[in-house]
Design a protein. Structure first.
Length: 106
């Protein structure tokens, strides 16, 4: 398992044991993480699974893919670190990842 910490916008932490091979969003939903809605089920067209990776993780996660940028722009999220958790595949290398959820996913 891969340990991932979700921090709500008000500072509460939810640490999960994520399963490699699933997306960050799928793991969050399975573990009942507050702040991840995933209305579209992980198809990258709703923007309701946004997360803000901690600074030290941004380079390791790489750049947004071609689906993420337009979706993030369309919901008006101006945080340059914003990623769609449905587009982040959990791998053993992500052990210790910390992400924060936005105040609202709409």
């Amino acid at each position: 398992m891969v340990s991932i910490t979700f921090v709500t916008h008000d500072g509460r932490e939810h640490i999960i044991d994520a399963r490699p091979g699933l997306s960050l969003m799928e793991n969050a939903i399975a573990e009942g993480v507050e702040g991840i809605e995933a209305v579209c089920g992980g198809n990258a067209y709703c923007g309701t699974c946004r997360v803000y990776p901690a600074e030290e993780w941004r380079a390791r996660l790489g750049e947004r893919n071609d689906l993420e940028g337009p979706m993030i722009d369309s919901v008006g999220d101006e945080n340059p670190a914003t990623r769609l958790s449905c587009q982040i595949a959990v791998t053993p290398e992500l052990d210790g990842l910390v992400v924060t959820t936005p105040v609202t996913q709409t």
